[in-house]
Write a protein that binds this ligand. Structure first.
Ligand code: FES
Length: 171
């Protein structure tokens, strides 16, 4: 009698094993589907971008094509201006001024070394971002710069527009 049971036991065992594997596969797939509905948790604002150590920035202007920003350094102070034309969003081109000037921007002194020209429809901006010609309806945005607390890199917050008196001084 006991050897009559063996094939049945074995079949039951295999059936159970097969069903178990099926359930496991479905569970894994369901978990993956559910996981895809939950966004990755990020404690960093997605609009902040590390730009590298301040020492990587030369005195004057550095254009960062990925972020489409122009970062200016004058000694220990930094500021960043958007390179996105306020007309229809083309990237402006910086042109060095033959004679840099000092102006007042937002109540603070600012050395103007460049002007910005938009290749799409001819808008022109002064070195502080003020629109002076063409269809651009408003000045180029200035963005907040800060230092990353963990590694001291320069960080830009592309969601945080600041006034033209903004300067980050690096000690
Ligand atoms: S997009 Fe710059 S002038 Fe039109």
């Amino acid at each position: 009698m006991s050897h009559d049971h063996k094939p049945t036991d074995r079949r039951d065992f295999l059936l159970t094993l097969g069903a178990g594997a099926g359930v496991a596969a479905i569970t894994v797939q369901a978990a993956a589907s559910l996981r895809s509905l939950v966004p990755n948790v990020s404690y960093d604002s997605p609009t902040t971008v590390k730009l590298g150590p301040p020492s990587d920035f030369p005195d004057g202007l550095k254009f960062l094509p990925d972020e489409r920003v122009l970062v200016f350094r004058e000694g220990n102070t930094f500021h960043a201006i958007s390179a996105v034309c306020t007309h229809l969003g083309c990237t402006v081109r910086a042109e060095a001024l033959p004679n840099p000037q000092t102006t007042e921007a937002g109540g603070a002194a600012l050395r103007l070394t460049h002007r910005f020209l938009c290749p799409c429809h001819g808008s022109e901006y002064k070195g502080d971002g003020t629109n002076v010609a063409g269809p651009a309806p408003k000045p180029l945005a200035w963005f907040r710069l800060l230092l990353a607390p963990d590694d001291g890199q320069l960080v830009i917050d592309l969601a945080d527009e600041v006034g033209r008196d903004f300067r980050l001084t690096v000690g």
